[in-house]
Design a binder for this molecule. Structure first.
Ligand SMILES: Cc1cc2nc3c(=O)[nH]c(=O)nc-3n(C[C@H](O)[C@H](O)[C@H](O)COP(=O)(O)OP(=O)(O)OC[C@H]3O[C@@H](n4cnc5c(N)ncnc54)[C@H](O)[C@@H]3O)c2cc1C
Length: 414
């Protein structure tokens, strides 16, 4: 349902990314009236997350979109993770997952920009939900009974809404978390990066080593290539140095990193920095943080969205018990007790994954030119090759670990 907002509801959700949208449908399935406000008018255009883990897919199956998400994932075979000098250059090594199952890794590799419209359509299908895009939460007050929130509508008017509970799923910069004065604990920006979404058909260089990630080690222009759709959609991530007019250099840097004769069309460029942080607390009175609003990880491990969907699953289950009168409000404290330690472990593990990647560079030594790296690779002794293979093998858990997961709330008796 969309259109004019009601004056009251049981749950107000601020933020319509994957976590807020999932929370809305879960609440609706319990028959709990909910309102979701999202400040963007449209869902995400550039893909960010793509790794969906089995427990996340279980939640998506439960809300009835699992198969749609699986069918929307363009890359079905996740057989290899590859390190190379450039996409068209020498291969440094690969992790082989092809023996694990017919599809390789147990991820569903659905780009976030294809996932969000599926979740939005599903949330809108429910009569208990009221979804409004282009509307921005601005402030709140609360007492023991209610939260009173103000939402700025697209025409600039302010709309007041009373709600029993509020979920802040408003992302890493969470205005709600800031408004509540909840600090983030843990290391801040770990470098700066560009995320370049581009269109190209790189199948000639991908085929035979199908997989979601290629680490491009060209010292003149290093980066990571994320394969969202081999026939057309890729993301290239590369360090951001902050030099004047740096964005103008990106097409040349990308071409050097890929090293292939293919036509590329840049669709969007975003700047971002990985953090390793978890909110000091997940709750302030009747307001709960979930998803990136509660935790920010480096993408190494693909745990951010997955952890957030399981936050929503746990929290909604507990809210439903309270709303139905089957449990007292104190049961809501189990949300932070269960989900915050999981986020802390996943933050640390994602950071460890990021740091461990350096082991591969250490074996090869530091070079400033592509030609020097190519000749180093060509002249590796048998012992050095073995060391390099070991360093690559040491990255395996980066891709196979599911992180620390909260227990399924349906199986708990406390
Ligand atoms: C390059 C990259 C790769 C990644 N890969 C993975 C991966 O493979 N797997 C994985 O699990 N995670 C991955 N992530 C992380 C993942 O993208 C995030 O964890 C995920 O988007 C978090 O979802 P969310 O719903 O909590 O927040 P968001 O997706 O950030 O959504 C928050 C929403 O809140 C809205 N909002 C903000 N303020 C307001 C307001 N005042 N009023 C109303 N609405 C508001 C925003 O517009 C936004 O739509 C990756 C991230 C990056 C950058």
């Amino acid at each position: 349902m969309s259109g004019a907002l009601p004056a009251e509801t049981r749950v107000l959700i601020v933020g319509g990314g994957p976590v807020g949208l999932t929370a809305s449908t879960l609440l609706s399935q319990h028959g709990i009236p909910n309102v979701l406000v999202e400040r963007r008018k449209e869902t995400l255009r550039a893909p960010a997350a793509h790794v969906l883990r089995p427990r996340t897919m279980e939640v998506f199956d439960r809300i009835g979109v699992g198969d749609e998400v699986r069918n929307a994932a363009p890359l079905k075979h996740l057989d290899f993770i590859t390190w190379c000098t450039t996409l068209g250059g020498s291969e440094v090594g690969r992790l082989d997952f092809s023996a694990a199952s017919p599809e390789g890794l147990d991820w569903t590799n659905c780009p976030q920009n294809l996932l969000e419209p599926i979740l939005l359509r599903r949330a809108r299908d429910e009569s208990s939900a009221h979804i409004l895009c282009g509307a921005q939460w601005t402030r709140l007050s609360q007492d023991e009974e209610k939260v009173r929130a103000v939402v700025r509508l697209e025409d600039g008017d302010d709309h007041s809404i009373e709600t029993a509970w509020m979920l802040a799923t408003d992302g890493a910069g969470s205005p709600v978390r800031h408004g509540l004065g909840i600090p983030m604990i843990g290391p801040g920006p770990q470098g700066r990066f560009f995320m370049i979404h581009f269109e190209a058909d790189l199948r000639p260089w991908i085929e035979g080593r199908s997989g979601p990630l290629f680490w491009l080690m060209n010292p003149e222009s290093p980066g990571t290539l994320i394969v969202h759709d081999p026939a057309r959609s890729y993301v290239f991530m590369t360090p951001r140095f902050g030099t004047p007019d740096e964005e103008d250099t990106l097409p040349a840097r990308m071409a050097a990193s890929l090293g292939v004769d293919a036509s590329l069309r840049i669709l969007s460029v975003d700047a971002w920095s990985p953090h390793v942080q978890v909110a000091e607390r997940y709750r302030e009175g009747r307001v709960f943080l979930a998803g990136d609003a509660a935790h920010r990880f480096p993408p190494s491990g693909g745990l951010g969205l997955n952890t957030g969907v399981l936050d929503a699953d746990f929290l909604v289950h507990r809210l439903a018990q309270v709303e139905a009168g089957r449990a007292g409000p104190e049961t809501l404290d189990t949300y932070e007790a269960e989900c915050r330690p999981a986020a802390e472990t996943n933050a640390t593990d994602s950071f460890e994954n990021l740091k461990r990647l350096a082991e591969i560079v250490q074996v090869l030594g530091h070079h400033t030119e592509l030609a020097a790296l190519e000749s180093r690779l060509a002249s590796l002794s048998a012992a050095e090759r073995e060391q390099l293979d070991r360093a690559i093998e040491h990255q395996r858990s980066h891709f196979t670990s599911h992180g620390r997961l909260p227990r399924d709330p349906r199986t708990l008796t406390d």
